[in-house]
Design a protein around this ligand. Structure first.
Ligand SMILES: *Cc1c(COP(=O)(O)O)cnc(C)c1O
Ligand SMILES: [Zn+2]
Length: 412
């Protein structure tokens, strides 16, 4: 059995049983998982982790499931790449890319949260899983529901990239496209949750789901040799990932797995949907909802569920929030491709471009160790690069034709 005692309100501290609930009935604060850290400290060590499987389940005592994982056994433990060429291009000494664009099975960081959420759905005995999604969550919920043998019904805003749509449908699901923004879709789902007894992974299962994100933070610390970086630049949508990376680092410190946490956390957004970075720049405690308009659709959430905690994380850590234009997003995608051979989606373009901006502002210093979070795969957002490159040279199948083109330098 696991180490979850129950749930607890993040605001007033009221305790709840282990149930599919997510809001405190007294103060409407969000609920979070309450762990038996004393029990965990008896079973977890650097060695126990290193002897574990090469997946996020090497940290199983710190994840909120009761039995064995029921889906997503191979999720996580993605590469932490030392990005020497990118570092050079940015004028930094040490840059690492935490590369969830190759996560299993659906090529984004969402496989971490969904492996936990769908396992919880099974534990709670639901027969249908659902979600409101900006794309990657839809892909992952659909895939994991198939693996679990559960039905799924998935809601997305109209106008998502074709890759995100097809990569949801291929696993066999009921996909519903809503005329509205993600925030409209999310509101609708909260309403549907009232009349359908489903596991909505980012609504009634959210407390558990969110903790799947912690594994991304644990991996960064372990893969850096049991320490945290000076800086971590995180793409922000609902603010779950950014909050949980911070939580993960502190849990590792409290368990004695690392010595200290001396990390600045930076929130990266697209200017066309930047409620969190705007709040940080203006010194606000919480965000003002916005209407998204950006090619970085996977992180286009105008009213982030954990925005308040995302802003607090950045401030507590001494970090900052920045945002970049859609043109800069594309430059960021190209820069990562050209320097490291890693093809990320628009959200990764946001992180890379924001990192560049933070270096130019002097907020990230050359001698510091910086981790850039790459959370999704470029093959899913090909539209973003439509018409961004010249057509390839077309030649006759003979050497003369090739030399003509080559010496002209067209292909360089
Ligand atoms: C969902 C998502 C994020 C951020 O998610 P949060 O809601 O802030 O946890 C980042 N990158 C990609 C590619 C995503 O799909
Ligand atoms: Zn409460």
């Amino acid at each position: 059995m696991g180490y979850v005692k129950g749930l607890r309100c993040k605001e007033c501290g009221k305790n709840y049983e282990k149930l599919p609930v997510h809001v405190c009935e007294y103060c409407f604060g969000p609920l979070e998982v309450d762990y038996d850290y004393e029990g965990i400290s008896k079973v977890i060590s650097r060695k126990s982790i290193q002897d574990g499987p090469p997946s996020m389940w090497r940290y199983q005592p710190l994840l909120p499931i009761d039995g064995e994982p029921q889906v997503g056994r191979y999720t996580g433990f993605t590469p932490l790449i030392e990005a020497k060429n990118l570092a050079k291009a940015l004028g930094l000494k040490k840059v690492y890319v935490k590369n969830d664009s190759v996560n299993h099975p659906t090529f984004s960081f969402k496989d971490r949260v969904v492996s936990v959420a769908v396992t919880k759905a099974k534990e709670f005995g639901f027969d249908t899983v659902s979600c409101a999604s900006t794309g990657n969550l839809a892909n992952s919920v659909s895939a994991h529901a198939a693996e679990a043998g559960l039905k799924s019904c998935i809601f997305i805003p109209v106008g998502l990239e074709q890759g995100k749509v097809l990569c949801t449908q291929v696993y066999g699901t009921q996909l519903i496209s809503v005329r509205g923004s993600y925030d409209d879709v999310n509101r609708l789902c909260s309403e549907i949750a009232g009349s359908h007894q489903w596991a909505f992974v980012n609504i009634n299962i959210r407390a558990y789901y969110g903790d799947g994100s912690k594994s991304y933070g644990y991996e960064i610390a372990e893969q850096l040799g049991w320490r945290t970086p000076d800086n971590v630049v995180v793409p922000v949508a609902g603010s779950s990932l950014i909050t949980k990376i911070w939580k993960a680092f502190h849990e590792f410190k409290d368990l004695g797995l690392i010595d200290k946490v001396n990390t600045k956390v930076f929130a990266a957004q697209a200017t066309g949907c930047s409620p969190v970075s705007t709040a940080i720049k203006n010194g606000w405690d919480t965000h003002k909802p916005v209407k998204p308009d950006t090619i970085a659709k996977s992180i286009a959430i105008g009213n982030p569920a954990d925005g308040f905690y995302g802003i607090k994380t950045v401030r507590d850590s001494g970090g900052w929030g920045e945002d970049v234009t859609d043109e800069e997003v594309i430059e960021g995608m190209k820069l990562l491709g050209e320097t490291e051979g890693v093809f990320t989606e628009t959200a990764g373009g946001v992180t890379v471009a924001v990192t560049k901006k933070l270096v130019e502002q002097g907020r990230i210093k050359p001698d510091e160790l910086t981790v850039v979070c790459v959370t999704g795969n470029g093959l899913k957002t090909l539209e973003a690069l439509d018409n961004k490159f010249a057509e390839p040279a077309v030649i006759e199948p003979n050497i003369h034709s090739f030399e003509e083109v080559y010496s002209n330098g067209i292909t360089v």
